[in-house]
Write a protein that binds this ligand. Sequence first.
Ligand code: SF4
Length: 486
Amino acid sequence: MNTTPTTNQTPTNETAKTEPIRPLKISKPGRAPVTHNACTVCLPLGVSLAFRGVENAVVILHGSQGCATYIRRYLISHFKEPVDIASSSFTEATAVFGGAQNLKTAIDNVRISYKPAIIAIGTTCLADTIGEDVSMIVREYLKEHEGEGDLPLFVPLPMQNSRGTHIDGLHQACRAAVEYLSLGPEDEAQAPVERSHTDSISPVGIFPGLVSPADIRYLKELVRDCGLQPVVLPDLSETMEGGLWDRYEPIPEGGTAPAEFAALREALGTVEFSTTVRKDSSAAELLRERLGIPLLRLPIPVGIAATDRFIGTLLEWSGNEISQAHQRERDRLIDAYADGHKYLSGLRVAVFGEEDLVLGLSGFLHEVGMEVVIAGTGGRTSQLAAEMQRLYGCRPEILLEDTDFEALREVVAEARPEVLIGNSKGYSLSRALSIPLVRVGFPIHDRFGAARVQVCGYRGTQMLFDRIVNTVIDKQQAESIGYPYM
Ligand code: SF4
């Protein structure tokens, strides 16, 4: 196993080609210049989801009530868990004159109903459009309630001018959480310091982006098995997939705890599953800048090469060896690749979702010999093509960024890949074009068990590999006379 990663840099593929990237230009002749069924959701959804992964926190969305309702509905349908998101419920009058009083009333109501330790406040399109300054409103609120013993900690998210996707919102919320809950105003920027493992179990920060609760449980297990203490943000492992309750819990148990935010200050390093996140949206970058904590950036680790790199870094930090259990998972995965490659080798695939999921999946698909002919995302980083080339030395025939499912349908109809891999919003084009869809990512609204879909590490890759192989076999079986055994 390759265990020679270096920190504070992203991986490269030694076999990377040097040819220029020539993604197909997509024009939309005859189509209205509007988005049809976007490949992303809005920024406040990511903010709301991130703080569902923080212990004893409640989110207030400053703006129209419909935004909170839409986002709740979207999350509940995917995770099959209750999701409360408060709203300052703008009216026509507040849309004109400002909603400061509405927000203060919303804070009062949340304090009474939920008794949270933390209130995170995000803004929606309408509040951004009229220039609401939630930091100033929170300062006013704190002054008006000075001396009250049960005041929560407030995390006001900066105004976003409604730009960005749900994954941008998630990254920005994690950065704000670290800024308010881990760091203090006394933390000036520091030069990087040498950190090394000690006899006690050292913390490591994991910023996984948007992966499933089951993936987060796996990541925590993996980090512990490498001899380190995992601090995951957001930690959705229990809050978005809890057990049966005896009575309704206004705030579900779980999430990143105060002691864990404090532990991040002492972290041996952080791993962020994003190579496309902007520096000023990155929680890990903030820890690196302020405290000199080493940082490894990876796409979501799907496949053997990416997982080797992730685990290799953890082992380098801890000074330990890989456990036999994880080594055996790796061995079994290689065996499965050998058994299953005849079904997948050379197959053309379209993959879509958040940028770092598309990157992670593309690396894995390249690893198992599939050809990514279309890569699509609603993200607007403009880095996807360059990152695919840099990381894997491959490029899709067609690349779509800041795209919608209408554009995706056009290029899929043209390119005719054998398999689609992405979220459930791809179902309509899967059905229309009779191309099977392997559901991965967010959202999965039309299948059961989205919270348990795993892709990370050797274990998640094994599950994904089996699903893709069986999807291909299922299609072949349906189109031929069928066969009873393999
Ligand atoms: S109005 Fe803006 S913030 Fe509200 S749901 Fe729509 S896109 Fe999201």
